[in-house]
Design a protein around this ligand. Structure first.
Ligand code: NAD
Length: 520
């Protein structure tokens, strides 16, 4: 039963006409013409789906075939006020609930994610355009993230020490209060689950702002959290775009803001939230380099490179976007092209998010061609039969790219790999180091000392050795360097504990016989 019909039931008369039945009043309230797949999206505040106070909306369109899925409201500060009030009201009871009890919700939520994996995956694909298999992997990652949150009681036990006779110092992790999470379009379920289980299990109450391009999955997560027993008000959703993000950064009732998205917006959010004295962790864009050495296992390298550049249609902040071929690696480049040609749009390659994205990616490829690069596999002008309104770009391999070209420097966010060539590993590392981002870098080699050299000298937060997408799995934390992340700590794993809590230090003396010294 979703998306999201808590109070209303829809009775279809035929393919286009349906009656809306209100469960609360037990009455038919309207006869409607179905022009979109789902009913208009609502905010989720205090455990209820509620209509936004704005009538400004955007269409939610499936990139797969252009189907109009729904509309999303562009909420205003009044809507945020209501969400903050609900979260504030829920905070005292939730934060005082012992963590071992709080995580019981997430044991049940994990089970519900498993139980609803197929439906969640279908919804994720529908709104984002990724393949069903990629969505299944995304929901499986949500399950792993939740599993980590259930282990938090084991990880935040604090410390105690008798610091002088009869005097103890002790530390405890206290929740922050109402926190916000602003998320991008490329992982409609996973990125929200980078923050939801950890922040909430640690005792905070949350307001999430989904991407206006993929607002459906978050609503379904809200339903599952409620079914798992999360008290009303602990988790809230406010939809919208720029205006609501700015309102979140400014709201005096919000203690901390996490953000995941492009570097341009990460900088805006980080600056605005911290200038309002909020804690902020803002993850930005990426330009990840793969360094391929001549001794790399050709088959395995080619498969990894092709999968890394094309997975989720290249719309991953961990996607390989640039490859540096060090020395004689033409035999591997040939195999990469063979692998790329096996990737079929609409089959094992999903759509990119929208028309603007499709056009932007194609423009990058054309510019590179005009500047003298060689297009070995060309994904421009891809049309998937039967899905003519879908927005697809085929896998694209561009060779003889030079470091000053825009395809070498900028985040393309499409299934495109730009190959540059160097004679030495140091030259390759210089190219990697010069790019302003720093999410991931990988090296493909059979030489352990060369691999260690890359780990030591690459300027990125997450390094792969013979791994094309080096996402650390729980309990290891996720976070880049340089312009891929602003703020201290990482967003997942153990490192996120510091972000979502503050440390309380207490000094106690109960034994009257304890001597008095300078510290007691
Ligand atoms: P985006 O920056 O356009 O949007 C992210 C969020 O910010 C959305 O919720 C959006 O509504 C809001 N937003 C957009 N413009 C804004 C503005 N001017 N002011 C305030 N808020 C604004 O990013 P996107 O296109 O949704 O996602 C793709 C980007 O996210 C890529 O750059 C990708 O690399 C990055 N990303 C990074 C990571 C990471 O871990 N570093 C993970 C996933 C995605």
């Amino acid at each position: 039963m979703s998306p999201f019909s808590q109070n209303n039931v829809f009775i279809f008369i035929n393919n286009t006409l349906f009656l809306v039945f209100d469960i609360n009043s037990a009455k038919f309230i309207s006869l409607k013409i179905k022009t979109m797949k789902y009913q208009p999206i609502q905010n989720y505040i205090n455990g209820q789906f509620v209509t936004s106070s704005t009538n400004k909306t955007l269409h939610v369109i499936s990139p797969i075939d252009g189907t109009l899925l729904s509309t999303v409201p562009l909420s205003v500060s009044k809507d945020l006020d209501a969400a903050v009030a609900a979260a504030k009201a829920a905070f005292p009871a939730w934060s005082r609930t012992p963590i071992k009890e709080r995580v019981q919700v997430f044991f049940r939520y994990k089970y519900l994610l498993e139980k609803n994996l197929k439906e969640l995956s279908e919804l994720c694909s529908e709104e984002n355009g990724k393949t069903y298999g990629e969505s299944v992997a995304e929901i499986e990652k949500c399950i792993e993230l939740t599993e980590f949150a259930t282990s938090l009681p084991q990880l935040i036990t604090g410390e105690v020490l008798e610091v002088s006779k009869g005097v103890e110092c002790r530390t405890e992790h206290a929740p922050l209060g109402v926190v916000a999470s602003i998320v991008p379009f490329n992982f409609p379920a996973m990125v929200p689950n980078w923050t939801i289980p950890n922040a909430i299990a640690l005792g905070n109450c949350m307001i999430i702002k989904p991407s206006e391009k993929v607002p459906l999955s978050c609503g379904r997560l809200a339903e599952l959290l409620k079914e798992a027993g999360l008290p009303d008000g602990v988790f809230n959703i406010v939809h919208g775009d720029v205006e609501i993000v700015e309102a979140i950064c400014d709201h005096p009732g919000i203690e901390a803001v996490s953000f995941v998205g492009s570097t341009k917006v990460a900088k805006i959010v980080y600056k605005r939230a911290t200038s309002n004295y909020k804690r902020c962790l803002a993850l930005g864009g990426a330009k990840n380099h793969l360094l391929v050495l001549p001794d790399a296992k050709a088959e395995m390298t080619a498969q990894n490179v092709a999968a890394s550049m094309s997975g989720c249609a290249g719309q991953r902040c961990m996607a390989a976007s640039a490859m540096v071929a060090v020395g004689a690696v033409d035999h591997i480049i040939e195999k990469i092209c063979d692998e790329a040609r096996k990737i079929i749009p609409g089959k094992n390659l999903g759509a990119v998010i929208n028309k603007a994205s499709q056009e932007r990616i194609e423009k990058y490829i054309t510019e590179a061609e005009q500047q003298g690069a060689k297009i070995l596999v060309d994904g421009r002008k891809t049309i998937v039969s039967g899905k003519e309104k879908g927005t697809y770009v085929g896998p694209t391999v561009i060779d003889f790219v030079t470091p000053e070209m825009s395809v070498a420097k900028e985040e393309i966010f499409g299934p495109v790999i730009s190959i540059m060539r160097t004679k030495t590993l140091d030259e390759a590392l210089a190219i990697e180091n010069a790019n302003p981002y720093g999410n991931a870098a990988s090296v493909f080699t059979q030489n352990g000392s060369a691999a260690r050299y890359v780990i030591d000298h690459a300027s990125a937060g997450m390094i792969g050795v013979n791994v094309g997408v080096p996402v650390p799995r729980e309990p290891f934390s996720f976070g880049g360097w340089n312009e891929s992340k602003f703020g201290v700590g990482d967003i997942t794993g153990k490192s996120s504990i510091e972000f979502w809590t503050k440390l309380k230090k207490s000094t106690t003396k109960w034994n009257p016989e304890a001597g008095v010294n300078w510290m007691s």
